[in-house]
Write a protein that binds this ligand. Structure first.
Ligand SMILES: Nc1nc2c(ncn2[C@@H]2O[C@H](COP(=O)(O)OP(=O)(O)O)[C@@H](O)[C@H]2O)c(=O)[nH]1
Ligand SMILES: [Mg+2]
Length: 362
C-alpha cells in the first residue's frame, strides 16, 4: 500500500463523484487488482510511467503497481458536532488514514444546490476544518480527563502522554490544526497513536468547472492555501466522471479537447506523495516486477523489511540501479558492465526510482 487518504468536504462538493471516478477509472484503464472493501473504500493502483517503461524492457509475467486507499465519507456541515446534517460520527472512518484530501466546491452549476447558497471556497474550508478541530478537541479533552482520573486513584504516570495532549490542545483551542513540526521525535509517536484528524497532512482538491481546469485557482482558495502552508490541485469532478466512462482511446482524445495532460487521480496521487514525503522504488523478483512506496529517508534494510521480514532479518547487501541508468543502458546486464549497479549496505538511503536487489540469507 502506498498511502491511505480520507476524503472530507461539505455535502455537494463532489466528494462521491470524484471518489467514484478515480476508483473506477483505474480499474478500466489498467488490468491491476482493485477491490471495494466497503462501498466507500476504494483501492486504486498508482499509475506509474516508470513501471510501465521498465515492464516494456523486461516483459515480466506479473506487474504489481503500488496502490492507494481512498475513503469517502458523508459531508460535514456547520455544527455537525451538535448533530447538524448527518453529524460527525462518520469521521471515525478516517481516523486511521495517512492524509486528508479536502474537496472544495469551486464549480457553479445552478442545478446542484450549495449548502450555503453561494460559491466561497475559503468559507467552506473554514466550516469543515472547524468541525474537524472540534471533533478532535472532544477526544483530547476526554483523554485528558481520563488521565487525571487515573492519576487521582493510582500513582501511574502519564507525563509524556499528558504533555503531548496538552500541546495538541493548545493548537485546537485556537481553532488550528496541529503543527507536528513542533513535536519531538518521541512525541510524534504519541501524536500518531491518538489518530487525530488534525495531526494529519491535508491538501485541497478544488472541484472546478471545465473552464477552470487550466486557469488559475480561485483567488480566495489560493490565498488560504498559501496562508496555511498547504497544497491544492484542481480537478473537474464532472469531467472525471465522463472520462471514467470512456474507452482508453476515446479518453485520450477527450482529454486533448480539454487540454488535460493528466487525469485528476494522477494529480491527487502526486500531491499526496508530496505532502507525505513519499518515494517509489522497484524490485524484480523472479517473474514479478513491483513498485513500492516508502517515506524519503528510508534505509536499504528498512526497505527490505517492507518487502519481507526475512529480507530484513537476513539482510546482506542491496544492489541499487537508478531508473535513469537502467533506461539509458536498456538492460541490467549492460548497466552491470558499465559499473552502474552500486553495492550498498544497510544504511544506504534509498533514492526515488531505485531498482533494488536485496541479497539476504536466513
Ligand atoms: N457541474 C458539476 N457538477 C458536479 C461536479 N462534481 C460533482 N457534481 C455534481 O454535484 C452533485 C453532488 O455531487 P456528489 O459527488 O454526490 O457530492 P458529495 O455530497 O460531496 O459526495 C452531483 O449531482 C454531481 O453530479 C462538477 O465538477 N461540475
Ligand atoms: Mg457523497
Amino acid at each position: 500500500m502506498g498511502f491511505s487518504c480520507g476524503i472530507v468536504g461539505l455535502p455537494n462538493s463532489g466528494k462521491s463523484t470524484i471518489f467514484n471516478a478515480m476508483t473506477s477509472l483505474c480499474v478500466s484503464a489498467q488490468p491491476y487488482p482493485f477491490c471495494t472493501i466497503e462501498p466507500n473504500v476504494g483501492i486504486v493502483p498508482v499509475p506509474d510511467d516508470r513501471l510501465e517503461q521498465l515492464a516494456r524492457l523486461l516483459n515480466p509475467e506479473k506487474l504489481t503497481p503500488t496502490s492507494i486507499e481512498f475513503i469517502d465519507i458523508a459531508g460535514l456541515i456547520k455544527d455537525a458536532h451538535k448533530g447538524e446534517g448527518l453529524g460527525n460520527r462518520f469521521l471515525g472512518h478516517i481516523r486511521n488514514v495517512d492524509a486528508i484530501a479536502h474537496i472544495v466546491r469551486c464549480f457553479q452549476a445552478g442545478s446542484v444546490p450549495h449548502v450555503y447558497s453561494d460559491i466561497d471556497p475559503a468559507r467552506d474550508i473554514e466550516i469543515v476544518e472547524t468541525e474537524l478541530v472540534i471533533s478532535d478537541l472532544e477526544i483530547v479533552e476526554e483523554q485528558l480527563k481520563k488521565i487525571e482520573r487515573v492519576a487521582k486513584v493510582s500513582k501511574e504516570k502519564h507525563g509524556e502522554e499528558q504533555e503531548v495532549l496538552l500541546k495538541i490542545h493548545s493548537f485546537l483551542e485556537k481553532g488550528e490544526f496541529v503543527d507536528s513540526s513542533e513535536f519531538s521525535e518521541e512525541q510524534k509517536a504519541f501524536l500518531r497513536s491518538f489518530n487525530l484528524i488534525t495531526t494529519k497532512p491535508v491538501f485541497y482538491v478544488a472541484n472546478v468547472d471545465e473552464a477552470g481546469l487550466n486557469g488559475p485557482l480561485d483567488e480566495r482558495l489560493e490565498a488560504l492555501t498559501i496562508a496555511k502552508g498547504r497544497k491544492a490541485v484542481a480537478v473537474c469532478g464532472k469531467l472525471e466522471e465522463e472520462l471514467a466512462s470512456l474507452a482508453e482511446d476515446e479518453r485520450a482524445s477527450y482529454m486533448d479537447l480539454y487540454e488535460m495532460n493528466e487525469l485528476g487521480i494522477e494529480k491527487v496521487i502526486r500531491v499526496g506523495y508530496d505532502v507525505l514525503g513519499l518515494i517509489t522504488f522497484y524490485t524484480i523478483v523472479g517473474k514479478e516486477m513491483r513498485a513500492w512506496t516508502i517515506p524519503a529517508g528510508t534505509t536499504a534494510i528498512e526497505a527490505a523489511g517492507k518487502i519481507h521480514t526475512d529480507m530484513q532479518r537476513g539482510f546482506i547487501r542491496a544492489e541499487a540501479l537508478s531508473y535513469d541508468d537502467f533506461i539509458t543502458c536498456g538492460s541490467e546486464h549492460a548497466a552491470r558492465e558499465k559499473g552502474l549497479i552500486h553495492v550498498e549496505g544497510k544504511e544506504y538511503v534509498v533514492r526515488d526510482g531505485d531498482i533494488l536487489h536485496i541479497r539476504f540469507n536466513v
